[in-house]
Design a binder for this molecule. Sequence first.
Ligand code: SAM
Ligand code: DTB
Ligand code: SF4
Length: 341
Amino acid sequence: MITTARHDWTFDEVKALYELPFNDLIYQAQTVHRMHFDPNAVQISTLLSIKTGACPEDCKYCSQSGHYNTELEKEKLMAVTNVLEEAQRAKDNGASRFCMGAAWKHPSNKDFPLVLEMVRGVRALGMETCMTLGALSEEQSQDLAEAGLDYYNHNIDTSRDYYKTIISTRTFDDRLDTLDHVRDAGIKVCCGGIVGMGETVEDRIEFLKELASLPVHPESVPINNLVKIKGTPLEAVDDLDEFEFIRMIAVARLLMPASHVRLSAGREAMNEQMQALCFLAGANSIFYGEKLLTTSNPDENDDMRLFNRLGIHPEEILLEEEPMSELIAEKPSAFYDAMSH
Ligand code: SAM
Ligand code: DTB
Ligand code: SF4
C-alpha cells in the first residue's frame, strides 16, 4: 500500500490502481486518507462569480464562453463592497473559504487592483481566500500573494491529449506556466479538472498522473463531474458511470495522499449514498452554498442534514498572520448551530 507522496507515477501504475477491484480500491484509499486527515472532517468553500460570461476562451463545457449561445446573463466585474457582503454571508453560513471566479482569459490592468482589494477585504473577514481569474503573470501572482491570497484555482481539466479537443484558445502548457507562477509566489495551488466530457479511461488516468506529477502536489484537487450546459458542444454527452467517478476520487486520494480532494461540480445530480461513497473514497472538501459559479448546487440545509447523518463536521481553519484573537482556530459557528437543531 502507498503511504508517501510520489511524483513519478507511471501510466501503468496508475492504471493498476484505477482497475483494482472496487472494494480493494476503496479500502486502500480510506486507509491512506486516515493517515493524513481526520476521516470525519470536510472542508467547505463557497463560490462566487465576480465577473460572469462573455469569456474569450472556448472551453466546450462552459456556460460562460462567449463562443456558445448558452442564454447566460452576462455581468461585468462586481463592486468590491458587494463581493464583501457575499463573503460575509458565506461566512455566516459556515464556509471557511471564499472562492471568487472571473470569466477572463487573464485579469486586465484595469480590473486587477479591484481584485486585490477583494482579497484584502475577504481576508480581513477572517476567511481563507481563493481566486480563479485565468492566466496570471509572475508579477500578478506576486501581487496576489502580497494581498493575502491563500489559494489560486487553475485546472488542467483533463489529459494533455484530450485538452486539445476541449479547448483551442490556450494550451495545456499555458496552464502549467500559470501554475508555476502561482506556486513560485507562495500561493497554495487548487488544481483538478472535469470528468464526464466524453474522455476515455486512459484520458482520466493520464489526467490524474499529470496532477500527481506536478513538482508539488496541489493542496486542493477539485474533481468536477460535468454539469451539462445547454448550448455548449458537450450538452448531450453520455453520463459517466458513477463508479468511475468514485474511482477517480479514490485514485486521486492515493496519488496525492496529503491533498484535499474536492467533490466539486455535479454534486446536485448525486444522491446522498453516492456522496457518502465519495467521502469514503477520500473526498474531504465540497462547495457549499446554493450556487456554484453559474449553476446550482445542493441546498445548504440538505448538506447540513447529510453531514449530520454521516457524523461529518466542517474542518476548522487556522489563518496565518491573522491579528489577535482571530489566531485561534475558527469554528464555522453558524454551521454547528444549525446542525444541532
Ligand atoms: N475562467 C477561469 C478558468 O477557466 O481558469 C476560472 C473559472 S472556470 C469556470 C473553473 C473550472 O470550473 C474549470 O476549469 C472547470 O474545471 C470547471 N467547470 C466549468 N464549467 C463546468 C461545468 N459545466 N461542469 C463541471 N465543471 C465545470
Ligand atoms: C472548480 O474546479 N470547480 C469550480 C471552481 N473550480 C471554480 C467551478 C465549477 C463550475 C461549475 C459550472 C458553473 O457553475 O458554471
Ligand atoms: Fe472562460 Fe473559465 Fe469558462 Fe473557460 S472555463 S470559458 S476560461 S470561464
